[in-house]
Design a protein around this ligand. Structure first.
Ligand code: C5P
Length: 423
C-alpha cells in the first residue's frame, strides 16, 4: 500500500486562519495526513487544541521546545512532508520568507525545507497591493514557491478587493493537483448543490504520469487585446480570457513551466504560472517572442485584427460632426508568425471562434496558419465570456467533437491530449 501524502500546514496570524480548520478536515477527508505549525499571532485566531483535535497530531508553535528537538527536530518536521502549505500566508510571513528570515518555528522550517512550498496569501487589499508585497511575491515566485492568488471580495476589515483567502475547497483542489491526487470540487458550494463531480475518484493524471509535463515550457496567449484610438478609447472584443487561463492552470498542474501572455482581463493568475500582462497585439507579439523557446504554444487570445494607425495623442473632442475616419492597419498574426519561426514550438495550437460550418472553417484555418491543431469553438451562443465551451479539435489526422463542457474541463482534456501527443 502506498503511504498517504503528508502535508505540513503552517498557519499565519490573520482572520482567515479560521479557514485552516476546514482545510485540515478536507485534507484528512482526501486520505492525507497533516501536521500543523501555528505562528504566535496565528494562535491569537485559532487554538492549538482545535487544530490538534482536527489533525489528530500534535501542533507545534515554538522553536524552543526541548521535546521538539529531541523527538521531532524542526528539520525533520519539514522533511517528512510531501508538501508544505502556508495558509493563510500573511504579508509579514511572506516578507520574512522572501527575505530568508528565520526568527520563529514557522519561518525556520520554511528556510530549512527542501520540499515544495505553496503559499496562500490573505490580507487587506492595500497590503496585497503594496509595492513591498508585490516585490515579495515576485521574489517568492522566482524562488520556486507556488503562490495561490487571493480572491476578490468583501473582507473582514469591511473593505472590498483582492486579498481574501480562497475557500478551503479551492485550496484543497490546488493541494491535490500538486500532489497528483484526485480533484475535489472547486467551489464553496456543498457537493449536493454542485451535482455529480465527473472527476470524482479519478486522479488528475494517471499516477505513473505524475507531473507529466515536467521540464516542458508551455506558452499560452489569452484574453483580448486592446488597440488604442486615443488615450481613453480603444478597439477590443468580448474575450474574457477564461479558457486560456484554465489551460494555463491545467498545464501548470501537469508540471509544465507555463508562460501566460495575457491581454487585459479580470482574472487571477493560476498557481505556478508566470504571467506577462500586455495590452496591444504588438505588445503580445513581442512578449511571445521574448518567451521563446517553448515546447508547446497554445494561442488562445482573441487578438484584434486591426489597430488604429492614426492614434491620437490627445483625447479626440466632440465637434458636432463626425471625427476623421479611423485608419486601420492589420495586426501581425502571432500564430502564423510562430508557425514560420526558426524557433517554432514542437506543437503549435491555434483557436478559432466560429459561428457556422465550424469544422470546415477550422480546417481551412489550420492550413492557412500552419499550426498543428485548431481548437474551434462555436461562439454562436454564450461562449464568449461564458463558463462553458463546446469545441472541435481539428488536426491533420481528423476531427474530434467535444460536447459542451465547463472551460476548466476543456482545458484539462486538451492538456491530456497534448501529453499524449508529445510523450
Ligand atoms: O484568424 P483568426 O483570428 O480567426 O485566428 C485565430 C487564431 O489565431 C487564434 O489562435 C489566435 O490566438 C491567433 N491569432 C494570432 N494573431 C492574430 C490573430 C489571431 O495569434 N493577429
Amino acid at each position: 500500500m502506498t503511504k498517504p501524502k503528508h502535508i505540513l500546514l503552517i498557519i499565519g496570524g490573520g482572520i482567515a486562519a479560521y479557514k485552516a480548520s476546514e482545510l485540515i478536515r478536507l485534507i484528512k477527508k482526501a486520505g492525507m495526513t497533516v501536521r500543523c505549525v501555528l505562528t504566535e499571532s496565528g494562535a491569537q485566531f485559532v487554538t492549538p487544541m482545535t487544530l490538534a483535535a482536527l489533525s489528530e497530531n500534535e501542533v507545534h508553535t515554538t522553536l524552543w521546545s526541548l521535546k521538539d528537538e529531541t523527538e521531532m527536530g524542526h528539520i525533520q518536521l519539514s522533511r517528512e512532508a510531501d508538501l508544505v502549505v502556508v495558509c493563510p500566508a500573511t504579508a509579514n510571513l511572506l516578507a520574512k520568507m522572501a527575505g530568508g528570515i528565520a526568527d520563529d518555528l514557522a519561518t525556520t522550517l520554511l528556510l530549512a525545507t527542501d520540499t515544495q512550498v505553496m503559499a496562500v496569501p490573505a490580507m487587506n487589499v492595500r497590503m496585497w497591493d503594496h509595492a513591498a508585497t508585490r516585490r515579495n511575491i515576485s521574489q517568492l515566485k522566482n524562488d520556486g514557491i507556488i503562490i495561490m492568488p487571493p480572491e476578490e471580495g468583501d473582507m473582514a476589515c469591511g473593505e472590498f478587493g483582492s486579498g481574501r483567502l480562497p475557500e478551503p475547497e479551492a485550496v484543497m483542489t490546488e493541494i491535490a493537483s500538486l500532489l497528483g491526487s484526485p480533484f475535489l470540487p472547486v467551489s464553496g458550494l456543498p457537493q449536493s448543490e454542485l451535482g455529480p463531480n465527473p472527476l470524482e475518484g479519478q486522479p488528475a493524471f494517471a499516477p505513473d504520469q505524475h507531473r507529466p509535463l515536467h521540464g516542458k515550457h508551455v506558452l499560452i496567449t489569452a484574453g483580448p487585446t486592446r488597440e488604442p484610438i486615443d488615450p481613453v478609447r480603444y478597439i477590443a472584443n468580448r474575450s474574457s480570457g477564461r479558457q486560456g487561463f484554465a489551460i494555463a492552470a491545467a498545464a501548470a498542474e501537469a508540471g509544465a513551466q507555463v508562460t501566460l501572455v495575457a491581454g487585459p482581463v479580470h482574472l487571477a493568475t493560476p498557481a505556478g504560472v508566470m504571467r506577462v500582462d500586455v495590452e496591444t497585439a504588438l505588445e503580445m507579439e513581442a512578449a511571445v517572442e521574448a518567451a521563446l523557446p517553448a515546447n508547446v504554444a497554445i494561442m488562445v487570445a482573441a487578438v484584434a485584427d486591426w489597430r488604429a494607425d492614426n492614434r491620437a495623442e490627445q483625447k479626440i473632442k466632440k465637434k458636432g460632426e463626425a471625427p476623421a475616419p479611423l485608419k486601420l492597419t492589420e495586426n501581425p498574426d502571432i500564430l502564423a508568425g510562430l508557425a514560420k519561426h526558426d524557433r517554432r514550438p514542437d506543437l503549435l495550437i491555434g483557436f478559432a471562434a466560429e459561428t457556422e460550418k465550424i469544422a470546415e472553417h477550422a480546417r481551412t484555418k489550420l492550413a492557412k496558419k500552419g499550426c498543428d491543431w485548431i481548437v474551434a469553438n462555436d461562439v454562436s451562443g454564450d461562449v464568449m465570456g461564458g463558463a462553458d465551451n463546446s469545441v472541435h479539435i481539428v488536426t491533420a489526422e481528423g476531427n474530434e467533437i467535444w460536447e459542451r463542457l465547463p472551460k476548466p474541463e476543456v482545458a484539462r482534456r486538451l492538456v491530456q491530449k497534448i501529453i499524449e501527443e508529445i510523450s
